[in-house]
Design a protein around this ligand. Structure first.
Ligand SMILES: *Cc1c(COP(=O)(O)O)cnc(C)c1O
Length: 739
């Protein structure tokens, strides 16, 4: 089922695994030589910029449309498997060659910097990059080193930086086992499996250090030296450097240390984060990169700040001065108010992992641990978020609401201070337009706004013009995208059935009975309990009446993985999955296995309504609803995260505010909204079968998302509000915590 990886099941004791020798597969055969005229295809496939260029996507697909789907839109796999005579035919086809030449011209322009926004506004900052540290990056499904929203957001951040010309270098981890693959048993229990990523089928390239050393850094942890290699992922103009410890000289346990994303226990996680921070800084130095600003995206990366302190103190800078210097050039973004999202390590575990680094810092142990002191945990713990807050000049949450929540949450670090005076701001998340907006929607905007609309995307007036899109035009494009989703659902079910990963009793739940004309609701994201995927089933009978209505049926498509260690999340998933098998729902509840960016792309553009039900105050932002809205798919959601500021009365529906946000009350509001607002609006059609009022909501959704929730708007906020002040300004930033 997973063509991009080899079928080597991981043993349960991954840490004992010494080698990643994989079984032979046809991917190990040498790639067929490309015709001379098409040599550039391999170059384009090696830079993930192709993922957001519609001509490049269309070009790869035109080589062999079926193979393109089978390799899950991985061009490197495509070029390996395609028949040589097919490539030869492409090289003789004038239309193909014209498209190819167009893509090559775009690709060349994509590599130059001079004409970018950043070069125009800050020419003097050319050689002063930002380093962006994150534990996961979701750039494309062919590089499976992300688990959910945080990673995809980081990927979109890098793409938007590339578009803008902001020199930014990502630093992350190469998880050789990727994230878990999901298989759902007939009883609804999620089984996790892992496959080693086949590097030959990714655009990852190994980096060499000074003097052609194969390693970029050596880091001492748990009493052993660990050599770390760097693998580079090129994302347009942005490079992401991924750390890899699976190299020859390392102890077998250390070779497996970085193989699993959020795998293993607390100690593994601590050591992964130690390597991310320490080896990350050293890798940049080894590559001769001198960041002018350092961004920790979530607390996982906070050891990067400690390593930079150590660099200064070992050079003789007094500790207090080093703290000030590190603060001056550091930015921190917190991504969740959920406690499990904040790593807290026992002091002893840190000492075990890192050794007595306070000695190198020239202070006693208490002074080091004071950096990670969080009043709620006490002096025996080292808190990663508290550390990052103390050592960063700018701290922000990821929506206005999350900014407010974070100010209260972290106010104890400034004893005696009122939350509204806590210096934590907000930069609301955004999503990368060209990644998430479907080609046919872009083509529609070309016709309506003029083909250069992409270059005017910063102008709010441009987005007002989408309100005058012809209802029928937008509706027909949407219906075509919905058909495509339905075809995808059936094809996946067919394939899983044929390969016996799905039993016949599961076929209905896989979506084979979905009705291409029925109002289709999408709910897809990580299955964490606070996201309340089960709220829809709170009153089963009331839901049933909505689903099985003869004239105006409703159907729901779910997708999402639970974290392998999240047992409550797995129970939630099981409960939801069981409803897909309920005959009384008549096949109108479906679950798509193995949610990833590819499935997300199809869902956010193909459903009619996006549903988001987080328990209020638990969702920092949420981004999938923005992706849907960029395709004209409105959201219905609780008043949380981005939706509190994003809902404008026209672009979807809000559930609430519900007093105390009890499930009873929230579910009642949800059903009522579906019954009285959503269903009638969707099914009220004009003489040409177009739901004009519904399309009004679609246009409003598209307008708001394009205007305010693109990753371009987000990166501009970071550039002007955080990066450039840190790079260019002498000021020290916001006032530091006092506790
Ligand atoms: C966008 C995205 C998410 C985040 O979804 P939320 O609604 O913010 O929870 C998670 N996973 C994937 C694959 C995504 O593309």
């Amino acid at each position: 089922m997973f063509l991009h990886v080899e079928f080597l099941a991981m043993t349960a004791t991954v840490l004992g695994l010494a080698t990643s020798a994989a079984s032979q597969s046809r991917y190990d055969l040498p790639a067929p030589a490309l015709p001379d005229r098409l040599q550039g295809l391999a170059v384009v496939a090696g830079n993930l910029a192709w993922t957001w260029n519609r001509e490049a996507r269309a070009l790869f697909s035109a080589i062999d449309v079926r193979l393109w789907a089978r390799v899950r839109e991985n061009p490197i796999a495509l070029l390996r498997l395609v028949q040589p005579d097919r490539l030869a035919a492409c090289a003789r086809d004038d239309a193909f060659l014209a498209a190819y030449d167009g893509v090559m011209r775009w690709f060349e322009a994509e590599r130059s910097w001079e004409r970018t926004w950043y070069a125009h506004h800050y020419p003097e900052l050319a050689g002063r990059p930002a380093a962006y540290f994150c534990a996961e990056f979701g750039v494309h499904s062919s590089v499976p080193i992300y688990s959910g929203g945080l990673g995809v957001l980081a990927g979109d951040h890098c793409k938007a930086a590339s578009d803008l010309g902001m020199p930014l270098i990502g630093v992350g981890i190469f998880y050789r086992a990727g994230y878990v693959n999901q298989h759902i048993r007939p009883d609804g229990w999620q089984e996790d499996s892992q496959d080693w990523v086949n590097v030959a089928l990714t655009p990852l390239t190994p980096l060499t250090g000074p003097g052609d050393s194969p390693y970029l850094a050596t880091v001492r942890t748990a009493g052993r030296d660990v050599a770390v290699r760097g693998m580079q992922l090129q994302v347009g103009r942005t490079r992401i450097i991924l750390l890899d410890s699976d190299v020859e000289p390392n102890h077998p346990d250390d070779r497996a240390l970085l193989s699993q994303l959020y795998g293993g226990g607390l100690d593994v996680r601590l050591r992964q984060e130690w390597l991310l921070g320490v080896a990350g800084v050293r890798a940049l130095r080894a590559l001769g990169i001198e960041p002018a600003v350092w961004h920790s995206n979530e607390g996982h990366a906070a050891f990067m700040l400690i390593e930079r302190l150590r660099e200064l103190t070992t050079r003789g800078v007094p500790f207090a001065d080093a703290v000030r210097a590190v603060r001056r050039t550091s930015v921190f973004t917190t991504h969740t108010p959920v406690p499990a999202g904040h790593d807290v390590f026992p002091r002893d575990a840190v000492a075990q992992c890192a050794g007595p680094i306070w000695e190198e810092l020239g202070v006693d142990a208490d002074a080091l641990y004071a950096l990670g002191y969080d009043p709620a945990h006490g002096r025996d713990y080292f808190h990663m978020t508290a550390t990052a807050i103390r050592l960063s000049r700018r701290v922000n949450g990821v929506s206005q609401r999350h900014g407010t929540v974070s100010r209260s949450l972290w106010a104890p670090l400034w004893p005696g201070r009122a939350p509204d005076r806590v210096p934590i701001g907000s930069v609301t998340n955004g999503v990368h337009l060209a990644t998430w907006m479907a080609n046919p929607i872009m083509a529609l905007l070309d016709r309506h706004l003029g083909p250069d609309w992409g270059s005017r995307a910063d102008d709010p007036a441009l987005w007002d013009q989408v309100l005058s899109l012809e209802a029928e035009d937008l509706w027909r494009v949407h219906v075509a995208l919905k058909q495509r989703l339905m075809r995808f659902v059936r094809d996946e079910a067919r394939q899983s059935y044929a390969t016996r990963s799905l039993e016949s009793a599961q076929l209905v739940g896989a979506g084979t009975l979905l009705d291409p004309d029925a109002l289709t609701i999408g709910f897809a994201r990580r299955f964490a309990t606070y996201k309340r995927a089960d709220l829809v089933f709170h009153d089963v009978e009331r839901l049933r009446l909505l689903l099985i209505n003869r004239e105006r049926p409703v159907q729901i498509i779910f997708s999402g993985k639970s974290h392998p260690a999240d047992t409550p999340g797995k129970h939630l998933l099981q409960a939801v999955y069981r409803y897909t098998r309920e005959p009384r729902f008549e096949g109108r509840v479906a679950f798509l296995e193995d949610y990833d960016m590819r499935v997300a792309r199809l869902l956010v553009r193909g459903v009619d309504l996006w549903l988001n039900l987080p328990r209020v105050s638990m969702e920092a932002s949420g981004t999938s609803g923005m992706k849907a809205a960029l395709n004209g798919v409105p959201q219905m959601g609780t008043v949380d995260g981005w939706w509190e500021e994003g809902f404008d009365g026209h672009n979807g529906w809000v559930i609430g505010p519900v007093p105390n946000d009890t499930d009873d009350a929230a579910a009642d509001v949800l059903y009522t909204a579906l019954e009285t607002a959503v269903v009638p609006r969707f099914y009220t059609r004009n003489a040409r079968d177009v739901p004009e009022q519904w399309v009004e909501t679609m246009r409003a959704a598209l307008r708001v998302a394009g205007r305010s929730y693109s990753a371009r708007r987000m990166i501009l906020d970071y550039v002007t509000g955080s990066y450039v002040p840190a790079i260019a300004g002498p000021a020290e930033g916001d006032d530091p915590p006092t506790a």
